[in-house]
Design a protein around this ligand. Structure first.
Ligand code: SF4
Length: 174
């Protein structure tokens, strides 16, 4: 498995725009092909290991600038432990309501807790931040809308999705 990596965020943004139609066609291909969901997960997880080992998220931090993580009550209670303010003050100063009961997002981008490209509340960060970019999870083919959205933001997602096209011979078969 050879991976030609792209890590320049400007190029990734541009390429993602250019590849928009192709990315949606590849989504349809993945949904309709006869490769099992488990097999696709296994290929994606292997690609994720390779790609993420070559990308330093601390020098990128683009997710903290472009994505608004969702916080639930548990996330909020953990977060305020290191902030010295109450839950009510925290919600008032930093959060807005998201869809779904008791779900919130930060009220601005980049995240107000990103300092010098690092998370200033790293040990207390929300579950959504811990899990991003979610490529290690099972059920890749059920999250393809988010994968395509995140491929223009996160170099890991971009390179995994691009490499996956080659791995399952999309171009040869189309
Ligand atoms: S809480 Fe930390 S990890 Fe999450 S978006 Fe903000 S800066 Fe990034």
């Amino acid at each position: 498995m050879r991976i030609a990596m792209e890590t320049d965020l400007n190029k990734i943004r541009k390429l993602s725009k250019e590849k928009e139609d192709e990315n949606w066609e590849f989504r349809s291909f993945l949904k309709g092909c006869d490769i099992s969901e488990e097999k696709i997960d296994s290929i994606v997880h292997e690609l994720y290991q390779k790609v993420s080992s070559e990308i330093d998220c601390r020098t990128c931090a683009n997710c903290c600038k472009e994505v608004q993580p969702v916080l639930d009550q548990e996330d909020i209670e953990r977060f305020v432990k290191c902030s010295g303010i109450s839950v009510a003050q925290f919600k008032d100063r930093y959060l807005v309501k998201d869809e779904g009961p008791e779900k919130f997002v930060f009220n601005k981008k980049p995240c107000p807790f990103l300092k010098d490209n690092l998370c200033s509340h790293y040990d207390f960060r929300p579950k959504d931040c811990r899990s991003y970019p979610h490529i290690h999870k099972r059920g890749f083919i059920f999250r393809l809308v988010n994968v395509i959205e995140n491929s223009s933001i996160c170099p890991i997602v971009f390179n995994v999705y691009e490499s996956l096209k080659g791995e399952i011979k999309y171009y040869d078969d189309s």
